[in-house]
Write a protein that binds this ligand. Sequence first.
Ligand code: AMP
Length: 564
Amino acid sequence: MLIGIDLGTTNSLAACFRDGKAEIIPNRLGKHLTPSVVSVDPDGTVYVGETARERGALHPLETAGVFKRSMGTEREYVLSGRKFRAEELSGLVLRSLKEDAESYLGEPVTEAIISVPAYFNDMQRKATKRAGELAGLKVSRIINEPTAAAIACGMGSRGEDARYLVFDLGGGTFDVSILELYGPIMEVHAIAGDNFIGGEDFTQLLCNMYLERAAVAPESLDVRTMNEVYKMAEACKCAFSERNEVTMCCPIDGHAYEMKLTLAEYEKACAGLLEKLRRPVERSLRDAGVKLSEIDQIVLVGGATRLPVVRRFVSKLFGRIPGFTVDPDEAVALGAALQCGMKARDKEIREVVLTDVCPFTLGTEVLVNNGLFDESGHYLPIIERNTVIPVSRTQTVYTAHDNQTRVNVKVLQGESRMAYNNLLLGELSVPVPVGPKGKEAVEITYTYDINSLLEVQIHVLSTGVRRKVIIQNEQNRISEEEAAARMENLQYLKQNPRDDEANRLQLLRGERLYEESTVNNRTVIDRALMEFERVLAGQDRTEIERARKRLTKTLDEIEFGVKH
Ligand code: AMP
C-alpha cells in the first residue's frame, strides 16, 4: 500500500487514497496530527509524537523537535547517550506513521510519497528519502508541499481551471508557489521561499519580548525553564487566533512575571518577520511573469497561517481576503494522497499531468576573462531556477591552464554571481590529456529528475571518459555499511507498545502537571497516578480503559479547569 506523508517541522500526518477519495489516517491516539517530536529514555525506549512531547516537558535533554530544520546537515542530537541525525529522528516519526497507517488500513504499508518544502535543497531532499528508507518505506516520490496543497485545492474544488498562489508558512519554513490548473495539466510556474522562517520564529519573538520585559537574561535560564517559557509563548501566540489580548505568565526562579500584550503590539513587533515574507511572494510573481490581479485563488497552508498577524499581512499584500478551501494543516497530506491515487491511476481521480519546476539555479564554478586577465570563482548557471522538471542541460567548459591534468567540477546551487556565495553540493573530477589551455573540452550535464534529485555527468570529448554521480554532500555522505549500521541501531531501539501509548501519555502528563502544580493539586494528581498505576499492573484491558478515562478527566480539570 502507498500512502502520502506530510513530514512537518512541528507536526506530521499521513493520508491515503481510498474509495475514490483522499482520507487522513488517524494515529494511535485517534488524532490527525502527530507532533514531529522524538524522545528516548535511558533504557533506549523511543517515544514519538504527543507522548514524546509530553516527555520533553520533563526530560528536555532526552527529547528533540524541530529537527526538520537540520535535515541534510551533520548536526547530531544526543538523546540519552545515543546519537541521531535529523534524518534518523525523521525516520522514527515516519516509522510511527507507517505503523499507525498499517493498523488503520489493515494491510502493510511499504511505499510513500513524502512532501518537502519546495525550497528544500538537494541535500535536504536526499536526507528525506533516506529517512523514509530508515522507516522501511520505499519513497516513490518526493513532492513539493505547495504543489501537494494546490492539488488538494484544485482537485478538491470542482476542479475548475484556475491560477493559484500557495502561501505556505509552516513551523520552520516558508514557501510560495504559483500554479495553474488548466484542463488535464497542473503546472507549477514558480517557486520561491525561505527555509529559515516559520511559525516558530513568531513564537521565539514572543519569548524574547517576555524575557525582555521581565528583565531576565535568556542565558541565565536552564533548558527546562526556557522550554516552559517557549511553551507558554506558543500557547499565547495561538490564543491570538481567538483574542485580541493575551496574558503570558511563567514562573522563573520563583517569580511569575505577568505580561499583557495586545495583538496590535505583537503585530508591530512582528514587522521584521512579516517583511521577510514579502520578498519570496514578489519574487515568485516576477519569476512566473504573473500579475497579482491574475491570481484567482490564494491558498493558505501551514499552521502558522492561522496567526491573525499573518492573515492580515496576506490580506493587505493581496488586497483581498484569502479563501479557505482546505484545512491548512491537512492540505499537504491530502494532496500527497491524491498524488498516490494518480500514481496508482485510480479511475475515480481525474487524470492530471503535473509539471513542477526546480526552485534553485544549479551551476558550476568557472574562470572568466574580464578583459584584462582571467578571474576565477565565477558562477556559470546550468539549470536556471524555475525551469520545468525533469530537465537535462549541458554546458561545455574548457581547460583553463596549460598542461592541466584534470578538470574539477564544482556542483553549486544558488543565485549569486560569485561561486563562493552559492552552496557547494559536491565536486567531481576527470583526467584530461595534457595540452595548451583551452584545448580540452568537457561537457557538464545536469539532470534534475521529477523528485528534484540531481545527477551530474561530465564527459571529456577527446577521450570519451565519463563520470556520473548522484550528488551527495561530501561531508554528509554515509557509506552503505554505515547506512546499514544506522538502520540496525534504529531497529534495536525499543518502542513503546502501541496499545500502551494512551496510558503512557496520561502518566507523563500527570508527572508534568505534578511538577507544575502546588500542594493541593499535587495530592490529587499523586493519588490519581497511583490509582492508575495499580490498575495498569492488573492488566485488565477494560479496567485500564476506564481508569484512564478517570485519570484524563482529573488531569483535564487541573490543566484546563474543565469539568466533564
Ligand atoms: P506546520 O508546520 O504546518 O504544522 O505549522 C506549525 C506552526 O503553526 C507552528 O509554529 C504553530 O505554532 C503554528 N500554529 C498552529 N496553530 C496555530 C494557531 N491557531 N495560531 C497561530 N499559529 C499556529
